[in-house]
Design a protein around this ligand. Sequence first.
Ligand SMILES: [Zn+2]
Length: 108
Amino acid sequence: MICPKCEYEYHEGITVCPDCNNELVTHENFKGNLVNPKDWVIVYSCADSVEADMLKANLEGADIELLILNQNDSSFPVVGDLSVIKLLVKKSNVEDAISIINDINREE
Ligand SMILES: [Zn+2]
């Protein structure tokens, strides 16, 4: 169990963060939904999970940490955008990630 705000990990059985009173989430949910949004930037969005997985493989191959969010995740509001899958990287990786994605899209 992890606090989505402090990013501390707690033993199973604890449900609320002792520091900030946030509800703890599972490891899986933390990774998918609740990484501090201000540290992450959406670099690409698409409606095709195959494309998202392909880009993920390429970015991770370049040692760029990547999150994939879909529209069901409530932590990122989606307004007027039909794309369902968002690719996020950390701010420090944005330029590298975008150039990799552009290279891949150019090849197609
Ligand atoms: Zn906390």
